[in-house]
Ligand binder design. Structure first.
Ligand SMILES: [Fe+2]
Length: 205
């Protein structure tokens, strides 16, 4: 008996041209992200193909194989989702969050400056990612910390901002000055894209 489910292949999204002309974040850095992202897409497809052929009747050895494949699956899919959000909401001109997102920030953090300070500190403490996400159960935003592509999202929360703080995201442009990279990240944020997510998800302030 094998695992039975559909496993359609997905393809990497195109890189939008605006990403290659960010302020302070170089083309080489974006290309490094993109290469990794393409790798995650390939890995995700490969893992699902392998999973669909795993023989569940060989019990003991299959559990460790399943463990390995399914852990790696979350890493690959996390790498896809994190980077798609990262690519989507960069290429803008920063400034102040407006609209419903701006109202949510003001309500849940007090001010845009306080939200940025919290996300920046979270990003400086993280090993891989920091996210602003909306928790549907609690009805509020929170800045979550991540050490890898698959740690530590929580259920029933929708990420609206994804700050990549892996070394490949800043070292080429800022060396060890991760704080300046995070400032550049905010300056290149495309708030209308984030507002579009808030509207698409139906999040209300
Ligand atoms: Fe990245």
């Amino acid at each position: 008996m094998t695992l039975a489910y559909n496993h359609e292949t997905i393809t990497a999204r195109e890189l939008k041209p605006a990403l290659l002309e960010l302020e302070g974040i170089s083309r080489a850095t974006i290309e490094a992200h993109y290469k990794l992202y393409q790798g995650y897409v390939a890995k995700r497809n490969e893992i699902l193909e392998t999973l669909s052929g795993v023989d569940l009747t060989t019990a003991n050895q299959v559990y460790s194989e399943l463990r390995s494949l399914k852990v790696d699956y979350t890493f690959a899919v996390g790498g896809i989702k994190n980077h798609e959000l990262y690519f989507d909401h960069l290429g803008g001109h920063g400034g102040e969050p407006k609209g419903t997102f701006g109202a949510l920030i003001a309500r849940d953090f007090g001010s845009a400056a306080a939200w940025q300070a919290d996300l920046k500190a979270t990003g400086l403490g993280a090993r891989g990612w920091a996210w602003t996400a909306y928790d549907w159960d609690e009805g509020r935003l929170f800045n979550y910390i991540g050490d890898a592509q698959n740690t530590f999202p929580v259920w029933n929360a929708s990420p609206l901002v994804a700050l990549d703080v892996y070394e490949h995201a800043y070292f080429g442009d800022f060396a060890t000055d991760r704080a300046s990279y995070i400032d550049a990240f905010f300056n290149n944020l495309d708030y209308p894209v984030i507002e579009g997510l808030v509207e698409a998800y139906g999040i209300r302030a």
